[in-house]
Design a protein around this ligand. Structure first.
Ligand SMILES: CC(C)(COP(=O)(O)OP(=O)(O)OC[C@H]1O[C@@H](n2cnc3c(N)ncnc32)[C@H](O)[C@@H]1OP(=O)(O)O)[C@@H](O)C(=O)NCCC(=O)NCCS
Length: 165
């Protein structure tokens, strides 16, 4: 049973393998992270963990039974003014199509409320039907359309009010 954990320094090796092994798969739907991301992975992870300490963002990994990273779900750009953050997620190719993104996003909504966040936003390309389905099923509603990298995209929002501890 995959388990969600808040990102820690000791996830580094498994997280690197997840990003490296799925790089080509992710690049089909989201922008590639670039060679520098992989070359300076440890330094960048350290910087992200420092931001997490400051409450600017909250990162999570979903671990498979053997400890490998099956997915990650990130909350970035926490806005202290309105208590919102932007949701992002990616699931390893070998775990796709099993409901993992849906389950992980649901769980992260609960975690986000426990961090004191009041709403989440998310952006996806209009033709990314799997991602839109995940957002629909986890309580997000479309709030606007715009062009992202020259292609139609949809903004979504979900209130966390009902989940506040
Ligand atoms: C998008 C992504 C997160 C989905 O993860 P997942 O664990 O496979 O998602 P789930 O199984 O929870 O749900 C996917 C839903 O989309 C549906 N779906 C998948 N492909 C579809 C398609 N081409 N058309 C319509 N629906 C589709 C699935 O049937 C499922 O819905 P259902 O359970 O009602 O049948 C995963 O494919 C991924 O990480 N892709 C690469 C990175 C990425 O695109 N991230 C999102 C950026 S916005």
């Amino acid at each position: 049973m995959p388990t969600l954990e808040r990102l820690r320094a000791d996830h580094a090796e498994a997280l690197f393998a997840f990003e490296r092994d799925n790089r080509g798969y992710f690049a089909r739907t989201v922008p590639d992270r670039g060679d520098a991301y992989f070359a300076h992975f440890t330094d960048r992870l350290g910087a992200l963990l420092a931001e997490q300490e400051e409450g600017v963002c909250h990162f999570h990994v979903v671990l498979g039974d053997d400890g490998e990273v099956a997915a990650r779900v990130n909350l970035v750009d926490v806005d202290p003014a309105d208590g919102s953050a932007e949701l992002g997620y990616r699931v390893a190719e070998r775990y796709a199509g099993r409901g993992l993104a849906t389950a992980a996003v649901r769980e992260v909504c609960g975690a986000a409320a426990s961090y004191g966040l009041r709403a989440l936003t998310a952006v996806t390309h209009e033709d990314h039907l799997a991602s839109r389905r995940v957002l629909e099923r986890t309580g997000f509603t479309a709030t606007g359309r715009f062009l992202l990298d020259g292609r139609p995209a949809v903004r979504h929002r979900r209130s966390l009010e009902g989940l506040m501890p």
